[in-house]
Write a protein that binds this ligand. Structure first.
Ligand code: ATP
Length: 366
């Protein structure tokens, strides 16, 4: 099936700034696609080119197989939801949702029917006569989406739409946005700098850095199989050790860290060889903790140290362990919070993890 949206070597320069650098991606029909990256990496610029507010320096944008470069923004089959929702405060909810339909000249009875259908889909039937300021932040958010969706765009662009909401509402809206996308069965392209928003909602995520896409994949791909040091560091928490490659043994690599540890990891970057600067990333939940070294005999990496902090946080409690031979603390997530009870600050513990749990990349490669 033709993807709903294709960007081909899309590039945008502002004077000397290369804001978007030959970005190519496809968004399959009906999917939730996020562009995730730090502030200034070029996300909004990609979005504005798709919407037609900015002309690309080079490259192409196709919607359902047809280039839209010559199509003005108001004629493109896309619509955009902004962080500041821009609902009209003087109009009631029904008039807000029907605004675009009225401008398009649809008859009143059709508008009323479409508005009622949209209110049903967003789970707010019968509120058409209410005023904007009578709604909660989350309800306004749903109305803003309904206002775009009645126009039946092929692609809905969402530019950090949860950014202005408080933390609790943001958590709830992540789940709601995903179900709204399924309810409207429309392709969503979502931009955010918040990895948890991207991981919770998206079918596919592109991680963007300095104008380029570092990796495109599912949340699991990015989390468990990062392709670059930037992705490994940006998505999820990791212990990270810079150092120097000591030896290479097939798919494994032995790194002497700057803090004095010898660690074995997976050699993701095939070009790495002895003497190179490299960095190893290990997830806190990949590290096992045990009272004695024998319990960890099967692991390639084994250390012993002292517990310096216990951070109880419900389901994902963690401890920090300081290895005797090094200066830094290693974060370890506990599989069950119950295990916390047996540990205390100052306790001597053993930790270990498999080489496959350590992702090695050339230092400064990203
Ligand atoms: P944020 O998350 O902070 O919104 P972003 O990832 O969306 O950031 P962009 O707004 O796309 O980043 O900006 C990418 C780069 O392009 C930045 O260096 C920015 O300063 C530059 N830029 C964006 N718009 C313009 C413009 N109209 N003129 C000149 N430079 C611009």
């Amino acid at each position: 099936m033709t993807p709903d949206l294709e960007c081909l070597t899309l590039t945008k320069r502002f004077g000397d700034t290369l804001a978007v650098d030959e970005v190519s991606f496809d968004v399959p029909r009906g999917s939730f696609f996020s562009i995730l990256g730090p502030s200034g990496c070029g996300k909004t610029t990609v979005m504005r080119m798709i919407a037609g507010f900015l002309e690309p320096t080079s490259g192409d944008i196709r919607i359902r197989g047809r280039s839209v470069l010559d199509t003005p923004p108001n004629k493109r089959p896309v619509n955009m939801v902004f962080q500041h929702l821009a609902l009209f405060p003087m109009m009631n909810i029904a008039d807000n949702i029907g605004y675009g339909l009225r401008r398009a000249g649809l008859p009143r009875d059709q508008i009323a029917r479409k508005v009622d259908e949209a209110l049903d889909r967003i789970g707010l039937p019968g509120i058409g006569q209410r005023k904007v300021d009578e709604l909660s932040g989350g309800q306004k958010q749903r109305v803003a989406i309904a206002r775009c969706m009645v126009l039946e765009p092929e692609v809905l662009l969402l530019d950090e739409p949860l950014g202005a909401l408080d933390l609790k509402l943001r958590e709830r809206m992540k789940v709601e946005l995903k179900s709204l996308q399924a309810a409207f069965d429309t392709t969503f392209v979502y931009i955010t700098h918040d990895q948890s928003e991207a991981l919770v909602m998206s079918d596919h995520i592109a991680v963007m850095n300095e104008g380029r896409f570092e990796q495109v994949g599912s949340g699991q791909d990015l989390y468990y199989r990062p392709a670059t040091a930037f992705v490994a560091g940006f998505v999820g928490d990791s212990n990270r050790w810079p150092g120097q490659v000591e030896r290479v043994e097939g798919d494994a690599l032995i790194l002497r860290t700057d803090s004095g540890l010898i660690l074995r990891g997976d050699r993701h970057d095939r070009a790495l060889s002895p003497g190179d600067r490299a960095e190893i990333f290990v997830r806190p939940e990949a590290i096992r903790i045990a009272p004695s070294a024998e319990d960890l005999a099967g692991f390639d990496n084994r250390l012993s140290g002292t517990v310096t902090s216990l951070l109880f946080n419900g389901a994902d409690s963690r401890i920090l362990v300081k290895d005797a031979g090094s200066t830094e603390e290693i974060a370890v997530n506990l599989p069950q919070s119950g295990e916390f009870a047996h540990l205390a600050r100052g306790a001597q513990v053993h930790i270990g993890w498999a080489a496959a749990q350590g992702n090695c990349f050339a230092a400064g490669a990203a």
